[in-house]
Design a protein around this ligand. Structure first.
Ligand SMILES: C[S@@+](CC[C@H](N)C(=O)[O-])C[C@H]1O[C@@H](n2cnc3c(N)ncnc32)[C@H](O)[C@@H]1O
Length: 235
């Protein structure tokens, strides 16, 4: 009997957003732990594990072989959504990379998304890019989560296809509309740490020989929003 795959809490939470019987792509799958876990738990699910690098692709294939999941999970080499045929999957997962790379992958692979109604992302940084792409491409934010693991705070942003996406303010794009409404303890912890980082960045930019005034004032505006939100801290 093959053993059960163990996932990190981060990937477990990502996986929890997939419906039963999911037919999905995990882009940037690395070891393919997530698609293998999902298909092991749910024999009605199928997945494509996409990888742009040969090393992680072969790790993905090893995991698929180890757990006898070749019938359910297929590893494919390629950049972003280019590994997919038209109308091949209904959900897409992109986890564990920066928000701007996730945005680029979605933007460059738009033609492969017509059958996709759910996109689950877990950007490590620059989450704003993902929210902005969702808003501009007919996806509403269905849910957001925040969790801490191994000293890192992660956000998960889930987009669902709609006819008319809700407009998000710049502030909502930064903090996340759902996370901003909830404002749990971890949210405050994250933004306190971002506040400290931003103050340091602004001060370095102000001391530079050639100051980028536009960028400084953009960052100062963000700092203002962060301080405003933190002032509401009632913990
Ligand atoms: C840090 S790992 C994350 C693995 C897994 N998704 C997770 O969340 O634990 C990022 C993976 O994305 C892959 N990657 C980066 N850019 C990619 C792209 N444009 N298309 C497909 N895979 C990509 C990398 O090779 C790497 O294996």
């Amino acid at each position: 009997m093959t053993e059960d795959i163990k996932l990190s809490n981060r990937l477990l939470l990502v996986a929890s957003y997939l419906p039963k019987g999911a037919n999905f792509a995990d882009i940037g799958s690395d070891h393919a732990y997530l698609p293998c876990f999902v298909c092991q738990q749910d024999p009605t699910a199928t997945a494509i594990a996409g990888e742009v690098n040969v090393g992680p692709l072969s790790s993905a294939q090893e995991t698929i072989n180890k757990y006898n999941l070749n019938e359910y999970v297929e590893a494919r080499l390629g950049d972003g959504l280019s590994v997919l045929q038209q109308n091949e999957v209904n959900q897409v997962v992109i986890a564990g990379m920066g928000g701007s790379l996730i945005r680029t992958i979605l933007e460059n692979g738009k033609d492969k998304l017509s059958s996709v109604n759910l996109i689950i992302t877990q950007p490590n940084v620059d989450e704003k890019n993902v929210r902005n792409w969702f808003m501009e491409n007919h996806f509403n934010i269905q849910d957001e989560s925040i969790l801490e693991e191994n000293g890192h705070i992660y956000e998960i942003i889930v987009g669902i296809r709609v006819n008319n996406a809700t407009t998000l303010s710049e502030k909502e794009q930064l903090f996340g509309p759902k996370l901003l409404a909830q404002r749990n303890e971890l949210f405050y912890k994250k933004w306190e740490s971002e506040r400290v980082k931003l103050i340091r960045v602004i001060s370095q930019m102000q001391n530079a020989k050639n100051q980028d005034r536009e960028k400084i004032s953009k960052f100062q505006e963000q700092l203002g929003w962060i301080e405003e939100v933190l002032e509401d801290d009632h913990y």
